[in-house]
Design a binder for this molecule. Structure first.
Ligand SMILES: C[S@@+](CC[C@H](N)C(=O)[O-])C[C@H]1O[C@@H](n2cnc3c(N)ncnc32)[C@H](O)[C@@H]1O
Length: 255
């Protein structure tokens, strides 16, 4: 992960494009859709891995009475998330600043493990998914949205982008296999790459039509950075090199 990507300015300019409180695509609609897709008993315990500015955690707590533990790597995101939680008077959410690789909980600590646009930063998914499985209660649900890659080598541009970003991306079916091998059952994978291309195009349009306001809030350099990065992601997605997967799985009722 580059230090610039999730610096305070990096986060705020990402938030500008994703919407207040969010650093994931299609919000808050995608969070609501994913919550609907699983059995979500009121009061369930959620681990949100890469909780960002807390928008999804706040929604889960407010709309579903969930008790959420949000984990994020950077001080800047956790600091802002805590500040907003206080401003908005939201209870039932706790943020921990740390690297998910270094944290541990007793078995069966959570009913849902949730992670959006974060695990692209994790090289050893096998090891982490085994821990997720252990931390889930029997019958608990896993929900992930994440980037993946096409089968075989992609375009030079795409390969350079993922190498420079340090994204160890598996193919969609390999991703699902890793989940199954970690012990999850009812594993499903949805290829949502077309949705992602549409969302990226919408965001590019928003950036272009609000260029003046964006440059006044941030800077011309920030504008060029974001535009270049979003255009690259859009092109990689449209050309079929980059995939967006929605993954779900469960722990068996017998654990
Ligand atoms: C693209 S943002 C997504 C945030 C949030 N899931 C959302 O949908 O709004 C990815 C987040 O993952 C965090 N992150 C990256 N690697 C991490 C790690 N190893 N452990 C915990 N958080 C991590 C980053 O700091 C960043 O806030």
């Amino acid at each position: 992960m580059s230090s610039e990507q999730y610096s305070l300015t990096g986060i705020l300019r990402y938030e500008w494009i994703f919407g207040y409180g969010f650093l994931g695509y299609g919000e808050p609609g995608v969070t609501r859709n994913l919550i609907e897709a699983i059995n979500w008993p009121s009061g369930c315990r959620v681990l949100d891995v890469g909780s960002g500015l807390g928008g999804p955690a706040f929604l889960m707590a407010r709309e579903h009475g969930a008790r959420v533990t949000g984990v994020d790597l950077t001080e800047a995101t956790v600091g802002l998330a805590r500040q907003r939680q206080e401003e908005q008077g939201i209870s039932g959410v706790d943020f921990i600043q740390g690297d998910i690789h270094d944290l541990d909980w007793p078995p069966e600590s959570f009913d849902v493990i949730w992670s959006r646009e974060t695990l692209l930063h994790v090289p050893d998914k096998e090891k982490l998914f085994k821990k997720f499985h252990l931390w889930l209660s029997p019958g608990g649900a896993l929900v992930i949205t994440d980037y993946a890659r096409r089968q075989g080598r992609g375009s030079d541009r795409f390969e350079e982008y993922v190498e420079a970003s340090g994204y160890p991306l598996p193919e969609l079916d390999r991703y699902a296999r890793i989940l199954t091998e970690a012990g999850f059952v009812d594993v499903s994978v949805e290829d949502r790459s077309e949705t992602l291309a549409d969302l990226l195009q919408e965001q590019l349009d928003k950036l272009e039509s609000n260029k003046k306001e964006f440059c006044e809030t941030f800077s011309r350099e920030d504008y060029e950075y974001l535009k270049g990065r979003w255009q690259l992601k859009f092109d990689c997605c449209r050309d079929g090199d980059m995939k967006w997967g929605w993954f779900m799985g469960r722990k068996t009722k017998t654990g």
